[in-house]
Write a protein that binds this ligand. Structure first.
Ligand code: PLP
Length: 392
């Protein structure tokens, strides 16, 4: 055997700039310090009983082998049916739907299928942290456009200036993590006009589609005029059905785009878990009342969490969708957001995510993100700790 070399030299240049996910790191710290985890966006309450039974039944029915790589036919049919029912959108399950391992795989498969080295991708900042490594893996160049608090609006001239002949796509996450922004029809129409003018795609992460408040409604970009063939819609069961660990999602796009996504997906993962795809058929057949109850329950949790954070001294920006609260902590501390988050988990017993992990440049971001997709007892326990920490 030859002498050991520096193993770091085997690391690919493509992944050299990867950092650990701050969100998942905060979860590990929460476990280490026995803190309440309001960092990672997963529910700590049970998934719907009938949905769990559907998963058990499908395992017992022996749906346990490799699925067709782009998803079992009845699940693709159920996805098409759901979009017809909710958005009057006709999609062909044979050529326009790919079942993937969560929106996470849906995003990277869509980007790998459509981008080449040096292509420009526009991303609104703050952004969900996975988009950064996704673009590094593709070799694409990121062009950032800021969303400004308190309403997280963007400057139209700045967005227009970000588009160029090199723009391949814009990533739109609505309802948005971490800001809770729900892009309006007017905003989406403007973005759609730029996509058409500059011949660019819209890749939309719609994982919080059913979690909206204050009368805001989610609008899939693919339903807007002129966008049917230049949108790639990414979604999953994770958030709507409280099954983030199932890893079942889907991508909807025109046949030419779907063909590319399917190839990447096939060689990345072969397929999403077969029995859970069958359970997904049950999930998507639930009546509209299910979605209404999801919205109502999260709206109540939002109110509760905002009151709890305000009384502990945080200044929250009201989210109109998703289940996160971006909160300004300057009334409590003048620490950097990372130091503040560390102190909060170590001394305060509550894990949250430093706001800078959603920005490229971390300076001057005095924000911390809490999630409220938790049992009331978890929120109450966090509230007591935050009150002690925030107002000693
Ligand atoms: C905006 C956004 N996209 C994607 C994901 C991950 O989705 P999935 O569990 O379907 O992979 C998350 C999870 O928090 C998210 O917030």
């Amino acid at each position: 055997m030859s002498p050991a070399t520096n193993l770091k030299t085997f690391r690919s240049a493509r992944t050299a700039d990867f950092t650990e996910s701050v969100i998942r790191e905060m979860t590990r710290l929460a476990v280490r310090h026995g803190a309440v985890n309001l960092a990672q966006g997963f529910p700590d309450f049970p998934a719907p009983v009938d949905l769990k039974q559907a998963a058990i039944d499908s395992i017992n029915a022996d749906h346990n082998q490799y699925p067709i790589t782009w998803g079992v036919k009845p699940f693709r049919d159920a996805i098409a049916q759901k979009y017809r029912r909710t958005y009057s959108l006709e999609v062909d399950p044979e050529t326009e739907v790919t079942v993937v391992c969560g929106a996470t795989e849906g995003m990277i498969a869509s980007l790998l299928a459509t981008t080449d080295e040096g292509d420009e991708i526009i991303v609104f900042e703050p952004f969900y942290e996975n988009y950064h490594p996704d673009l590094l893996l593709c070799g694409a160049k990121r062009k950032l456009v800021r969303l400004h608090p308190p309403d997280w609006n963007f400057d139209r001239a700045e967005l227009r200036a970000a588009f160029s002949q090199r723009t391949k796509a814009i990533i739109i996450n609505t309802p948005n993590n971490p800001t809770g922004k729900v892009f309006s029809l007017d905003e989406l129409t403007y973005i759609a006009s730029l996509c058409q003018e500059f011949d660019a795609l819209a890749i939309t992460d719609e994982i919080y589609e059913h979690i909206t408040y204050d009368g805001c409604r989610h609008i899939p970009m693919i339903t807007l005029p002129g966008m049917r063939n230049r949108s790639i819609l990414v979604n999953s069961l994770s958030k709507t059905f409280s099954v983030t660990g199932w890893r079942v999602g889907w991508v909807i796009a025109a046949p030419e785009l779907t063909a590319g996504v399917r190839k990447v997906h096939d060689f990345l993962t072969v397929g999403a878990a077969t029995p859970l795809q069958y359970a997904g058929i049950f999930a998507l057949s639930l009546p509209d009342q299910y979605y209404e109850s999801v919205t109502r329950e999260y709206e109540d949790r939002r109110r509760f969490a905002m009151e709890m954070l305000s009384s502990a001294g945080f200044n929250c920006y009201t989210p109109h969708g998703a289940y996160y609260l971006m909160s300004d902590y300057r009334a409590i501390s003048d620490k950097s957001d990372t130091d503040f988050a560390l102190a909060l988990v170590q001394e305060g017993g509550v894990a949250a995510v430093p706001g800078s992990s959603f920005y490229v440049s971390s300076s001057g971001i005095n924000l911390i993100r809490f999630c409220f997709c938790k049992k009331y007892e978890t929120l109450i326990s966090a509230g007591k700790k935050l009150a002690r920490f925030g107002r000693p």
